[in-house]
Design a protein around this ligand. Structure first.
Ligand code: AHR
Length: 515
């Protein structure tokens, strides 16, 4: 058993969480759209072909904003192919995932699905094979009320009212050679700036995110952000970050340490953005959009997991099966995002269904929750409010995290990794929510939390996720093999919260003012 002492004060906050921090992502990739959210003919499908069983799970998961339509896919996408009568829409080869895209689901269907799921749509525009002209046309089609060719086309297609899409991503991972027409920072910065200018001229109320690096391990990382923001600083509110955690090395301690490198990544991008701002003597602060994050490695490197030959429609690719171990790392990432609530205003779990996803489906069959579903649902439900500056005093360890880029081996030091990783959120009800990861594989942590300025609190809910088998996962036959259970050792005594966290466990505790 090890001990940890946590001190926090109700008045010392990092920041209020933005509702968009709890977003996810739907890409035209594998069975995310077709066979995932959309499956006409499925026993639960509604009139529009939306799977109701998936919608129910999405509501329980609690995402607030949904990025669409990619991802790598967007860099070759003609949005015009996905609107109008479905029978007239062209099928196209998608060079991102080497599939055939039938285009029977597109912009308008996605907006309707978002309304049904009660989430805000977030759109990415194609700045790979296309540019500012296609981007501004899409904004006009979606957001202009009427009286022009494109806005009237939307009305003719059956959507009388504008979609009022607020959040737009200026392309996707444009620094990556795997992207259709990837660019240098200079090339991308120029295109993004001009596209942004025109998109905002059409709708001044939109918010824009420029592409940051597709990962902290990219060779151009840092210089890319600096130059892209040099071009786009006046036009954008956000810069994006993407991270996929891995355990290629089979080093669980390093894998569990990796969310701390997400903290470092965020801090570094904040510094670069603030540097660009400082050079201008500007008071503007560029916020961060962490619009792709998850664990992803088993179905990443091997071409057979990413590509099914013969240009199929919606093949089962990137269908990562998540374990208990992955849920722990995932929970650590939730804590990292919450603890940067002052600068990370948007974040999207990549992705939503089937493709590296918290929800799995069988085409024609049932839907179930993967292990990572639970920490996300906890973060979305308990992360609303003011994140407090919690001082954690606890033993730590050092690790070396392997995060290869292409064929290049790269190790990243993670030092002073505290076994306890924790976020504390003061809720609107006057209560306090604790989200905590114990990264010690063998020992429990006895945690004492000194909460100042709260008055008497009672434990209203306490849950843990823990399984002696770190490889345990959920399947269609055993959909609840890994799920949260009651955390018994959670109590408040003389104003101090006492928790006992099992080895390798994810824990959440909701405290409410005593009655
Ligand atoms: O989410 C899967 C892929 O990961 C996305 O298409 C791309 O943006 C990233 O490389």
């Amino acid at each position: 058993m090890i001990k940890a002492k946590v001190v926090m004060d109700r008045d010392f906050a990092i920041g209020q969480t933005d509702p968009r921090l709890f977003g996810a992502f739907v890409e035209h990739l594998g069975r995310c759209v077709y066979g995932g959210i959309y499956e006409p003919g499925h026993p639960t499908a509604d009139r529009q072909g939306f799977r109701r069983d998936v919608l129910e799970l999405v509501k329980e998961l609690g995402p607030t904003i949904m990025r669409y339509p990619g991802g790598n896919f967007v860099s070759g996408y003609n949005w015009e192919d996905g609107v109008g009568p479905a029978k007239d829409r062209p099928a196209r080869l998608d060079l991102a995932w080497f599939t055939t895209e039938p285009n029977t689901f597109g912009t308008n269907e996605f907006v309707d699905w978002c309304r049904a799921a009660k989430v805000e749509p977030m759109f990415a525009v194609n700045l790979g094979t296309r540019g500012g002209d296609a981007a501004r046309n899409l904004v006009e089609y979606c957001n202009h009320p009427g009286g022009t060719h494109l806005s009237d086309l939307r009305r003719k297609h059956g959507w009388e009212k504008p979609h009022a899409i607020k959040f737009w991503c200026l392309g996707n991972e444009m620094d990556g050679p795997w992207q259709m027409e990837y660019k240098t920072a200079t090339e991308y910065g120029r295109v993004a700036k001009e596209a942004a200018k025109m998109m905002r001229w059409i709708d001044p109320t939109i918010e824009l995110a420029s592409c940051g690096s597709s990962g902290r391990n990219m060779q151009t990382y840092g210089r890319w952000e600096d130059e892209v923001l040099e071009h786009t600083f006046e036009q954008v509110e956000y810069i994006s970050l993407h991270t996929y955690f891995n355990n290629y090395a089979g080093d669980t301690a390093a894998f569990l340490a990796s969310p701390d490198l997400m903290d470092t990544f965020i801090d570094e991008v904040v510094s670069i953005a603030d540097g660009v701002s400082a050079r201008r003597r500007s008071s503007k602060k560029i916020m961060l959009s962490f619009d792709e994050w998850n664990v992803w490695y088993r179905t990443r490197r091997n071409r057979a997991d990413r590509v099914k030959e013969g240009w199929p429609v919606a093949p089962p690719i990137l269908e990562e099966i998540y374990s208990m171990e992955d849920a722990l790392v995932f929970g650590g990432a939730c804590v990292s995002l919450l603890n940067h609530a002052d600068r990370v205003k948007t974040a999207c779990l990549a992705q939503l269904v089937n493709v590296i996803a918290p929800i799995m489906t069988e085409t024609g069959g049932p839907a179930w929750r993967q292990t990572i579903f639970h920490p996300f649902a906890h973060m979305s439900r308990l992360g609303r409010g003011r994140v407090l500056r919690a001082n954690v005093d606890c033993p730590s360890y050092d690790a070396s995290y392997y995060d290869p880029r292409g064929t290049l081996d790269q190790y990243f030091p993670a030092t002073g990794v505290q076994y306890l990783k924790l976020a504390a959120v003061a809720s609107d009800t006057g209560g306090l929510n604790i989200l905590a990861l114990n990264r010690d594989l063998k020992r429990s942590i006895e945690v004492t939390i000194d909460t100042r300025g709260f008055g008497q609190l009672d434990v209203a809910e306490a849950l843990e996720m823990h399984d002696a088998d770190l490889k345990a996962h959920n399947t269609k036959a055993a959909p609840d093999r890994v799920k949260p259970r009651a955390l018994k050792d959670a109590a408040v005594a003389k104003g101090t919260i006492k928790l006992k966290l099992a080895p390798a466990s994810w824990n959440v505790v909701r405290l409410e003012p005593a009655k």
